[in-house]
Design a protein. Structure first.
Length: 165
């Protein structure tokens, strides 16, 4: 299933290839970060080189204790990235075109059973098939991005061209 066949690899028009990423975002509890889902993503400086303005992303809700609390729930485009006012080196990424998914997408594909969505096309973003869920920000293959967004009930083709225009 390839929803954006005409856009492989994804390019923003300036020649820079866009790499979809995962942004971990706890929405089931209060966080120490100054996040505002669909508007701002606050993250530590250690991830600075993994987030670029213009990158497309999928939100991931993680929970190491309850599998039911692990799912993908939205997507968007990274806007301007600025230093946080606290002065601790953390950063804020503006979220553009933030969209809440019509339905949450669990971390495993329905078929084949037990395979993570993030395993789709993994060899384009990492060496091993299993995602490193401990990383709050991680690369995501175009194939996995497309499938997650499609399974959430959105049309990547209809929305994506508007995001990068």
């Amino acid at each position: 299933m390839h929803i954006i066949e005409s856009q492989r690899p994804i390019s923003e028009g300036s020649g820079r290839i866009l790499m979809p990423i995962i942004l971990s975002q706890r929405i089931d509890l209060v966080s120490d970060y100054a996040d505002k889902p669909y508007f701002r993503y606050h993250f530590p400086k250690r991830y600075r080189n993994q987030v670029k303005s213009g990158d497309v992303f999928v939100y991931y809700q993680g929970d190491s204790k309850k599998l039911a609390n692990r799912y993908y729930f939205g997507c968007g485009v990274i806007g301007e990235i600025t230093a946080d006012k606290k002065g601790d080196g953390s950063l804020n990424a503006e979220v553009r075109f933030g969209v809440e998914f019509p339905r949450k997408v669990p971390i495993h594909l329905a078929s084949p059973v037990g395979i993570y969505y993030e395993c789709l096309g993994y060899n384009s973003v990492r060496k091993g098939p299993n995602p490193i869920f401990q990383n709050s920000i991680r690369k995501l293959s175009v194939a996995a991005f497309e499938r997650i967004v499609f399974d959430a009930g959105l049309s990547v083709h209809a929305n994506f061209n508007n995001w990068i225009a």
